[in-house]
Design a protein around this ligand. Structure first.
Ligand code: ADP
Ligand code: MG
Length: 245
């Protein structure tokens, strides 16, 4: 069974059909890049998976369970995490404190504030920071970090609730080319290790073709093609409509 199965979802805003009958699936441990020109419907698709938007029609299933139209918090609890285009950390808090905040909000027990010692939560935060290569910077305020490092902290924060599926909408926007590859390489290692699925959007073709296991191409709200990076690169329709070669 697929971790994520999108079945014929559509969404219109007034007269604009942003997403039209789109279907694709994603397996655990896999990185799927959703690519397409600006305005193709990528973010709208993400928002229908994350619950920020309800589809007009079609279904979204997570490990077989119908999550269509559930509110974002409910979908998050079922194991769908997300990172945002603009990194969202508390600048005045340290790196470790930011991750501790994320761990706290992921703790669903009543009295979570008292139920676990702060020291214990810090140890968990440091373990997550180790995974994203930010352990050495744990006690620096986020405001002092380079942008690419803030993105790593944000990834650690998104991992705090142990998502089964991570949505990353333009995670590398604003980053230098080398940093982009490094961030998605990291996401890929973590996805493999945790058997977590990652759905991401990305404009850099180096990152898409180098890091994704599969690629889905949206053009004007419709799924034009879906396959391995090699299949997508060789697809004449994709070349014509999008890659411009
Ligand atoms: P992408 O992320 O691929 O750039 P979007 O999903 O953001 O594309 O947008 C797809 C289309 O839907 C665009 O034409 C955009 O203008 C429109 N759109 C997206 N969100 C809204 C909204 N909240 N209200 C009206 N139109 C929207
Ligand atoms: Mg977008």
């Amino acid at each position: 069974m697929s971790l994520l199965q999108i079945e014929g979802i559509s969404k219109s805003f007034g007269g604009v059909q942003a997403v039209r009958n789109v279907s694709f699936g994603l397996q655990a441990g896999e990185l799927l890049a959703l690519i397409g020109p600006n305005g193709a419907g990528k973010s709208t698709t993400f928002n229908m998976v994350g619950g920020q938007l309800a589809p007009d029609s079609g279904r979204v299933r997570l490990a077989g369970r119908d999550i269509t139209g559930l509110p974002p918090r409910a979908i998050w609890r079922l194991g769908v995490g997300r990172t945002f285009q603009i990194a969202q950390t508390f600048a005045s808090l340290t790196v470790a404190e930011n991750v501790q905040m994320a761990l706290l909000s992921a703790d669903r027990r009543i009295f979570a504030w008292w139920s676990r010692a702060a020291a214990h939560r810090r140890a968990d935060a440091l373990a997550l920071l180790e995974q994203v290569g930010m352990r050495a910077q744990a006690d620096r305020p986020c405001s002092e970090l380079a942008y690419g490092d803030v993105k790593r902290v944000e990834l650690a924060m998104a991992l705090a609730h142990g998502p089964r599926l991570l949505l990353m909408d333009e995670p590398t926007a604003g980053m230098a080319p080398g940093e982009r590859v490094a961030l998605m390489q990291l996401a890929r290692c973590i996805a493999r290790e945790r058997q977590m699925g990652v759905l991401f959007t990305e404009h850099s073709m180096d990152v898409v073709f180098g890091q994704a296991d599969r690629v889905a191409v949206l053009v004007r709200g419709q799924l034009l093609a879906e396959g391995t990076p090699q299949q997508i690169r060789d697809d004449a329709r994709v070349q014509q409509a999008y890659l411009g070669t």
